[in-house]
Design a protein around this ligand. Structure first.
Ligand SMILES: C[S@@+](CC[C@H](N)C(=O)[O-])C[C@H]1O[C@@H](n2cnc3c(N)ncnc32)[C@H](O)[C@@H]1O
Length: 287
């Protein structure tokens, strides 16, 4: 979506006036450069509870806010995830990471006979943890993020699954009792190289926090820190899953190997997704 200066050229009604018609919403969104103006209009019309709320939503969308921040939720793996302003909007491609994590979580539960211990590190809205909890049925669920707005949002999304959400820098945020106990560590870390952040669509650059996007010079700074810390936190046989780009995958694999995690790359052409899965070896003396 692009936002020409004429984005709000069709005047919106004053508060208290008659509701905007569907056609007026579509016209305003289209003038603002929304490619899917018709679909978005449907969403705005079905989400707004009053005429004033609808007018405000249309105005915010026409000004360029991400649709998900305007309506307050994103669809992710078939679920409605609350997404507050200033919180990273979960991307469709991350559904691939979730699918892989579900498979590993089911195998862990079958192997151990207990609910897996799952940590959604760099959780943002908590979308990944929310879907994992629903798919795995019984989990011991934790999440953490450095951004207070994300932590507040994730707490709301993860409350129904009994998830604990902590605030802080990567593993520093986690309770010490999780050391050596995590079966599934999922971390959709920021991985855009600093120089490429400026090339992202304005919706991301202007409305998502830089800390959610910028992965340092080559995009792998946070990933390297996660792979360095993970072996102390994973249970024997536990898995770390991170999203990366196809281009970054070889260096990401190197970081996993350097830290003693057995790496495997998986990808989806359909979702344009690449992930690295690293597994901690079994405990010494285990058969
Ligand atoms: C790419 S977003 C992913 C959010 C969420 N997992 C998802 O897939 O929708 C990365 C998240 O990592 C968080 N983050 C960045 N650096 C962090 C750090 N050092 N410790 C904890 N969280 C961090 C950001 O605040 C942001 O919410």
């Amino acid at each position: 979506m692009s936002f020409p200066p004429s984005a709000l050229s069709s005047p919106l009604p004053a508060p208290g006036s008659a509701p905007l018609s569907r056609a007026a919403v579509v016209t305003t969104l289209r003038a603002a450069g929304c490619v899917f103006a018709e679909d978005e209009a449907e969403l705005l019309l079905s989400t707004a509870r009053t005429a004033d709320e609808l007018a405000a939503m249309v105005e915010r969308r026409a000004l360029g806010l991400p649709l998900e921040h305007v309506i307050g939720w994103a669809e992710f793996s078939g679920r409605r995830i609350t997404v507050d302003p200033g919180v990273f909007v979960p991307r469709r491609r991350t559904e691939f990471l979730v699918g892989q994590a579900v498979g590993l979580g089911r195998r862990t539960a079958a192997r151990t006979g207990r609910p897996p211990v799952v940590v959604d590190l760099c959780c943002g809205s908590g979308a990944v943890g929310t879907v994992l909890a629903a798919a795995l049925d019984r989990v011991e669920l934790y999440a953490a993020d450095i951004e207070p707005a994300a932590v507040r949002c994730a707490r709301r999304n993860l409350a129904p699954a009994g998830g604990e959400v902590h605030e802080g820098d990567l593993f520093d945020a986690l309770p010490a009792r999780l050391r050596g106990r995590i079966d599934l560590l999922v971390a959709n870390v920021p991985y855009v190289p600093s120089e490429e952040v400026g090339l992202l669509p304005p919706e991301a650059r202007e409305y998502e926090p830089l800390v959610a996007l910028d992965g340092g010079a080559d995009g792998l700074d946070v990933l390297r820190r996660v792979t360095a810390g993970a072996p102390q936190w994973l249970a024997p046989g536990g898995h770390l899953l991170v999203e990366t780009s196809e281009r970054q995958a070889p260096q990401a694999v190197e970081a996993f190997t350097r830290n003693g995690l057995l790496p495997r790359v998986a990808g989806s052409d359909e979702l344009y997704a690449t992930i690295v899965i690293g597994t901690r070896g079994p405990a010494e003396g285990a058969g």
